[in-house]
Design a protein around this ligand. Structure first.
Ligand SMILES: [Zn+2]
Length: 285
């Protein structure tokens, strides 16, 4: 997977986006019945399916959308009869209203009884898994079992315990965005989380004061809440192909621009298989 980490920035489903897309699925597609399923028109080496996708039409046709939930970097679309469609990081799902022009290339297209459809595309790599009953995928299971920072059970004590369990040489980026310690918190959302906490992504855990730790905990909760409430980040697309409403402070959109806090220029550098964005003044090493 390491070779692909750098590409994660293309379509990143992180907590704000998985939460928002699932809520858009609920408000748009609830009780819609699946009438047609079209397999990939454009086969993709790194589009992952559950078994042979040519079996998907048999499982999906006639099913009704029941609910949807976002967790970590996954969106689960629940149908009746225990059938679930799960997408993960790297997969883009887009809704097209009846008569709206659909793209020719896709890795799965699901049509509904009103003529609308959901189109799944994979840019670099990503999963579109259809299954009945439990899903045998380690990351998915861990994500379902974990406590999201949006949840009240993600307390300061819980966070402190997580921090205590990692080595002192670990950087903040590694702490927050690797090993799936917090599923759905990845290299995208951590940029603004660390900015608001005034911490440099490369700084080591051993330098963390009580004050910093408190700032980091609050920034993690507040930044993720804000991103989610505003419909995801402006670097990502929602179910309707629109950019999210949350204006990123540190992202590919703002590199080389002045920091809103101090006016210093925002810089980008490669670190741990992905880019980090930093204000050199607000986030000292
Ligand atoms: Zn600054």
């Amino acid at each position: 997977m390491n070779n692909f980490q750098i590409l994660i920035e293309i379509h990143m489903l992180e907590i704000p986006e998985s939460t928002n897309i699932s809520s858009q699925v609920r408000s748009t597609l609830l009780t819609r019945k699946i009438t047609e399923v079209f397999n990939a028109t454009s086969p993709h080496k790194f589009a992952w399916y559950n078994g042979d996708p040519s079996g998907y039409p048999v499982i999906l046709k006639g099913r009704k959308i029941h609910s949807a939930k976002g967790h970590g970097m996954f969106v689960d679309i629940d149908c009746d009869e225990d059938v679930v469609i799960t997408i993960g990081d790297g997969t883009n799902v887009r809704y097209y209203a009846p008569l709206e022009h659909r793209p020719e290339k896709h890795q799965l297209l699901i049509e509904f009884d009103d003529g609308s459809c959901m189109v799944f595309t994979v840019a670099m790599y990503g999963g579109i898994w259809v299954y009945r009953g439990p899903f045998d995928n380690l990351y998915h299971r861990r994500s379902l079992q974990s406590i999201s920072p949006l949840d009240n059970r993600f307390t300061e004590q819980y966070f402190d315990k997580m921090i205590k369990n990692v080595t002192k040489d670990l950087s903040f980026k590694a702490l927050l965005a690797t090993e799936q310690r917090i599923p759905g918190v990845g290299n995208g959302v951590i940029q603004d989380i660390l900015f608001h906490a005034g911490l440099h992504p490369k700084r080591k855990k051993s330098t963390l004061t009580d004050f910093d730790r408190n700032e980091l905990f609050h920034s993690l909760k507040v930044t993720l809440h804000t991103m989610t409430e505003q419909g995801g980040r402006d670097t990502e697309k929602d179910l309707f192909g629109r950019n999210g409403g949350y204006k990123t402070i540190l992202s590919k959109n703002t590199v080389d621009q002045p920091c809103p806090n101090c006016g210093d220029i925002i810089v980008k550098e490669p670190y741990l298989g992905g880019s980090i964005y930093v204000c050199p003044t607000c986030q000292k090493r």
